[in-house]
Design a protein around this ligand. Sequence first.
Ligand code: ATP
Ligand code: MG
Length: 251
Amino acid sequence: MNHRFSDKKPVIVIQNLYKAFGNNKVLDGFNMELYDGETLVIMGKSGSGKSVMIKCLIGLETHDDGQITIMDKNLDTMDEATLNEIRTEVGFLFQGSALYDSMSVRENLEFPLRRHVKKFGEINDATPLVMEALDSVGLGHTIELMPEELSGGMKRRIALARTLILKPKIILYDEPTTGLDPITSKEIVILMKSIQEKYKTSSIVITHDVDCARFIADRMILLVDGINYAEGTFEELDNSSDPKVKAFFKS
Ligand SMILES: Nc1ncnc2c1ncn2[C@@H]1O[C@H](COP(=O)(O)OP(=O)(O)OP(=O)(O)O)[C@@H](O)[C@H]1O
Ligand SMILES: [Mg+2]
């Protein structure tokens, strides 16, 4: 096991998480810790509950049982104000990462700033913050463009900039490279790594992209049958003799 981060403080702890939709038991006692500064990759086959787990984590889905602690605060007992505060610290890149089509790039990035006035105060001119976020994804020149004028890879970068503008301590990526060609995927993954290094964020990356996992993971968890079936570094899991683990790497 990789203990490089285990002496660090966990910023997220999930204990015995259960979530079912009717008879469909999706999460069946899932456990996870995210340590300060690490990038944790979660893999699991389609429909295994990765997105559901992330949604429980940010309160978009309610869990049936178990405990979620984010930065030492229990999600279940959190009041609305604390939940909002936590939401500015936890950036979330949705699967598909939709931008608002009717808004320009500038307006898309200003949107979260206006929603979280408490963290930033009233901002008269958001341009410097918008430009800083756009520059960090290499797209400063697109500030006045509309989403329809952008390629798929550019949209994904802008969505990332929109997450970064809140200066989150934790970033959750749900399939950041899905639907992109291999070269663009690689660019996004390199960008994610440089963001992690620049801002010292802790990240959870959900992906089925083995190359992405190899490049970015400090540690990995495989979600199988509703539980954290296997954990370790990429190399440890890649060398596993367990057929359920091997299936992820040799397919
Ligand atoms: N709101 C919902 N109502 C009912 N069932 C749901 C709901 N959301 C998810 N599910 C079910 O939960 C299971 C897990 O879905 P989830 O979206 O978490 O899968 P995933 O691991 O993210 O898959 P993918 O890799 O395809 O994104 C699926 O069987 C799905 O049908
Ligand atoms: Mg998903």
